[in-house]
Design a protein around this ligand. Structure first.
Ligand code: KG4
Ligand code: ZN
Length: 335
């Protein structure tokens, strides 16, 4: 599989949301992957403020690139290509990374490649595994919840997606209702530990033989639960019940979609892929159903530039590259 990736060294940059990240990637080898998170900054507002995110990227982007080069023990002049997330994401945030990438590619006289953020998440799984093709990827992040049929690396087809909130959003919004800090996914997982997941029955969204998801009903139900229970709400049991409502529907539908297209393998990627309950549930279900499960390594689940370097190297190996008028797109379908 390695011959399908550009040899590099490729400098990769990711600034689509609230993480400033830079990495050096040769083929599928990640030489360095530096992530500077803005979580502390956005904590005060309980969510991401796009203007503040863009300004924080301006401050962090060059020091983070410098650190990635130092970590990989290479000089800037050794960089053979620059890969950058240009879609989808917050326009101001994306612009910072794309401007830095263009400037460096111009100065170094190397190819520039714009990468789709979700292709990065998808490929985070192949960093250290040869995943059989075709397979299905359950891609679950703060902005996306998708079941993707990966026919080949670079050839994707959407099997199902959320009709409203993303899974990460469902975690974050429910966490906020429980008084947990932003982003709520990890805090919810910690609070749920040892809690009784059957204590509070919560809706599972769409019923029947569907591949899509809906999490907006869950958020409403959690709001009602918090209001009706008041001080008697057991937060640990509530967190466990919410986590169970999200995890069960994700795992069950992912396995069903793999069976639907006759895929023998399933992959799990995106920020919510860091959730221990989801990883365990999918592992159990896949074992029972004879499907091989490949999960993104923990450090590549949440946003990072290494996955952008992997996707960039795949594209560059196919002789794809972009011009210096490369645009930033807030919304874009998976290539
Ligand atoms: O992929 P990501 O870093 O950013 C986007 O592209 O959206 O995903 C961030 C999302 C947030 O909603 C966060 O709460 C969620 O991933 N997340 C988790 C966990 N760690 C991060 N959700 C559940 N359990 C976790 N352990
Ligand atoms: Zn992401």
């Amino acid at each position: 599989m390695d011959d399908r990736f550009f040899s590099g060294p490729t400098l990769a940059i990711e600034t689509s949301c609230d993480e400033t990240s830079a990495a050096i990637v040769c083929r599928r080898n990640i030489l360095s992957n530096v992530v500077s998170s803005q979580t502390e900054l956005h904590l005060q507002w309980g969510g991401i403020v796009p203007e503040a995110a863009a300004r924080a990227h301006v401050e962090a982007v060059l020091p983070v690139i410098q650190e990635a080069l130092t970590g990989a023990q290479i000089g800037l002049s050794e960089v053979k290509a620059v890969a950058v997330t240009n879609r989808p994401g917050l326009v101001g945030a994306l612009s910072v990374g794309v401007t830095a990438a263009k400037s460096l590619a111009l100065a170094l006289d190397v190819p520039l490649i714009g990468v789709h953020h979700l292709e990065g998440h998808l490929l985070s799984v192949v960093a250290n595994a040869d995943v059989p093709l075709p397979h299905v990827c359950l891609l679950v992040s703060g902005g996306h919840t998708e079941l993707v049929h990966v026919r080949d690396l670079g050839a994707y087809e959407m099997l199902g997606q959320t009709l409203d909130d993303a899974a990460g959003e469902a975690f974050d919004k429910s966490a906020r209702l429980l008084g947990l800090p932003y982003p709520g996914g990890r805090a919810m997982q910690e609070l749920a530990m040892g809690g009784n997941s059957k204590r509070y029955p919560l809706p599972r969204g769409l019923h029947g033989d569907v591949m899509d998801f809906s999490f907006s009903g869950l958020k409403t139900a959690v709001r009602r639960l918090v209001e009706s229970e008041g001080d008697s709400l057991n937060h640990r049991d509530a967190a466990a019940s919410i986590q169970e409502a999200i995890v069960s529907v994700l795992a069950e539908r992912a396995v069903r979609s793999a069976q639907h297209i006759g895929a023998e393998a399933l992959t799990l990627a995106g920020g919510v892929a860091a959730n221990a309950a989801l990883r365990e549930r999918l592992a159990n279900l896949c074992e029972r159903e004879g499907i091989t499960l490949y999960m993104a390594p923990m450090e590549l689940c949440t946003d990072n530039a290494a996955m952008i370097g992997l996707a960039g190297n795949l594209r560059l190996c196919r002789k794809e590259h972009d011009q210096f008028d490369l645009d930033v797109l807030p919304n874009a379908p998976l290539p």
